[in-house]
Every structure is written in C-alpha cells, then in structure tokens.
Design a protein around this ligand. Structure first.
Ligand code: ATP
Length: 332
C-alpha cells in the first residue's frame, strides 16, 4: 500500500558540526524517490534520522501519524516495523548463510512458526532472484548478490517504506541496471514507498518519480523527475550531467573567482544535454505501478507552476488516454 513520509524543517548537527538544516520534503506514498548529493553531505544521516536511529535538533518527520523525530522509544519500535532498510554494504552477518540472514528479522521480531518463516524467506529470495542460493555464505557470493540478499532481508516484514542506501555502490553498470529494474519491479508488485540514496546518474535518471539533492547543508531542491531533470539549478545540472564544471568541487567548496571562470567556460562549450531519459517500466507480466496514476494527477494539477521546459517534458510523456483525461489536445 505504501505510507507517506512527511519531513518538515529537519535540522541535524553532531556537536558544533551542522550536517543539514531546515530540510522539508514529502515522499508520496507508493512513489520512488531518490536523494542525491556529493559524498559527506549527510544522505546516510538523513535516512537514519527518518527511522529515528538519529534524533534531529529541530523539525518533524511524520510517518503513519507518528513523528519519528520526537516520539517515544516505544512508538519508534512500532513505527520501525513499517520500514525495510537496505544498508550500504548489505550489512549481512558473515557467519550466517543467506537463508538465515534473510530470516533474521522474522525470527527477531515475530513469533511465526519455522514453516511460515521458510515460506516467506523463499518467497522474498525468489522476488530478488536468489532462488537456489539459500545455503551460500555472504563471503561466497558477488557484491550484486549480497545487495539482493540485503534487499530480500529488507522485504521480509512486508515494509510499507523501503530505504536503500547506495544500492549501486560497488556494482558494475550491468548489475546496477538489473538492480534498477528490480527496484521498479518491487514497487509495481508491492506499491511500497521507496527512497534511494545514490550517486549513480543513470539510476537517478531512470528509476525515481521524484528527485532531491543535498548540498552545502541544505536540500537544494526536491520534486518530480521532470522538474529536476530539466532544472538549470547549477548544482543539480552539474551532478546529473556528471560535469567537473560547477559549484561542486573535490572539497565541495569552490571560491567565487573559480566559479565565475567556470561558468564562463560552461557557456562557451556546447553542453552535454542528455534530455529526459524515459523512466523504467515494470518487467513484462508484472502489474502497472499504482503510483503512476496518482503521481500524474498530482504533477498535472501543479503543471502551471513549473518552468516551460518542465511543462513541455511532462506533456510529451502523456499518451493519448492521458491527453483526454487532462483535456490536452493532440500533439501538433
Ligand atoms: N554518528 C555520527 N557522529 C558524528 N558524526 C557523524 C555521525 N554519522 C555521520 N557523521 C558525519 O556526518 C557527515 C555526513 O555523513 P553521511 O555518511 O551521512 O554522508 P553521505 O552523504 O551519506 O556520504 P557518502 O555519499 O560518502 O556515503 C560526515 O561528516 C560524517 O562524518
């Protein structure tokens, strides 16, 4: 079914070090969102704050009617059952085989009989394409398989929200493409709200419905993919095009003179314009994603607020039935 996550004015520091401030965004129920940002901008800290592993100084994060920023430990324990988390390294126990790793949350948090545990574990392992690998140890399998095992484990409690911390890290482009497809397929099958933290431009361009970007301790932007992928906001455009020129530097900060020189250079060169890559569809045979219609309705109702290039790309993505539904004439 998927549950909405509503973040408002969230601010997090460790001692004197502010990580980000005043972050507000809504992860709409059942939609896939991605959070981008250079290394060290606090994306993992954001995921941990959403699930209440870290508490912010200010702001709220409301999930299923509970504010994970300020609720009691008991409420947190309950609300965490809504989440499945895929940690950066898969976080598998090295001494347990994949079956026991995936079964772990079920044995820890439920009193299900072993026969039921077995049924659920095998079902989730099939969902991520790991049937037959149940007895393997994490050290005996590839990084991609470890990610998928981590994902199966994140799914066993039937979460309403899945948080994936860099699911593509350490994977080659082909495995990343498979994993991207898997996330879309899971969303189609489960209608779960998904937040993916990633550095991968391809994944960011083809998987999420919504994209956000953290930079210099702030959420630069968060919005529908059409808005973000057509944005001329310098940080976003640099990141999504993988350019060296732009506000993001090796140390994250560039001085004003360097920035001005680069902007002049940027204007002088023909830019690499990728346009909007189409979003991945679920694999053949799977149901359509329920979030697609809900999202389209939302984006269309706000269309007039978007810049012209965004409006054009949204309209270009509509099929004939959509055009009738939203009262838009046939393309010229
Ligand atoms: N528990 C903690 N105590 C103190 N500082 C922390 C803690 N956790 C994270 N940090 C600091 O917060 C900052 C952001 O870390 P985080 O891991 O969230 O970045 P990130 O954007 O996920 O980076 P990457 O893309 O490299 O994974 C870092 O400077 C890190 O050292």
């Amino acid at each position: 079914m998927g549950v909405e996550v509503a973040v408002e004015g969230l601010t997090k520091s460790f001692g004197a070090q502010n990580i980000w401030r005043d972050v507000s965004l809504v992860l709409p129920r059942g939609e896939v969102s991605a959070l981008l940002g250079p290394s060290g901008t606090g994306k993992s800290v954001f995921l941990k704050t959403i699930i209440g592993l870290l508490r912010p100084e200010r702001g709220s994060c409301v999930v299923g009617g509970v504010d994970t920023a300020s609720c009691s430990e008991h409420q947190l324990y309950e609300v965490r059952k809504l989440f499945g988390v895929l940690f950066q390294d898969g976080a598998l126990f090295g001494s347990m085989n994949l079956f026991d790793n995936v079964a772990f949350p079920l044995r820890e948090h439920t009193r299900k009989p072993e026969s039921e545990v077995r049924r659920i574990v095998l079902e989730k392992m099939e969902l991520v394409g790991l049937t037959g690998a149940e007895s393997k140890l994490p050290g005996e399998i590839s990084g991609g398989m470890r990610k998928r095992a981590g994902l199966a484990r994140a799914l066993v409690l039937d979460p309403e929200i899945i948080l994936c911390d860099e699911p593509d890290s350490g994977l080659d482009p082909v495995r990343t493409a498979y994993l991207s497809q898997l996330l879309i397929d899971l969303n189609a099958q489960l209608d779960t709200t998904i937040l993916i933290v990633t550095h991968n431009i391809n994944l960011a361009r083809t998987v999420p419905d919504n994209i956000g970007m953290l930079f210099r301790r702030e959420l630069v932007m968060f919005g529908p993919r059409e808005l973000m992928l057509t944005s001329e906001e310098p940080v976003l455009a640099q990141f999504l095009n993988g350019r060296r020129l732009g506000p993001i530097g090796m140390t994250e900060e560039k001085d004003q003179a360097t920035l001005a020189a680069e902007q002049a250079q940027l204007r002088a060169v023909t830019d690499t314009l990728y346009g909007i890559a189409p979003q991945l569809d679920p694999s053949p045979g799977l149901p359509p994603r329920l979030a697609v219609r809900r999202r389209k309705d939302r984006v269309m109702s706000a269309l007039h607020q978007f810049p012209i290039p965004t409006q054009r790309s949204v309209i270009a993505s509509l099929d004939a039935a959509d055009r009738t539904r939203y009262g838009i004439g046939a393309p010229a």
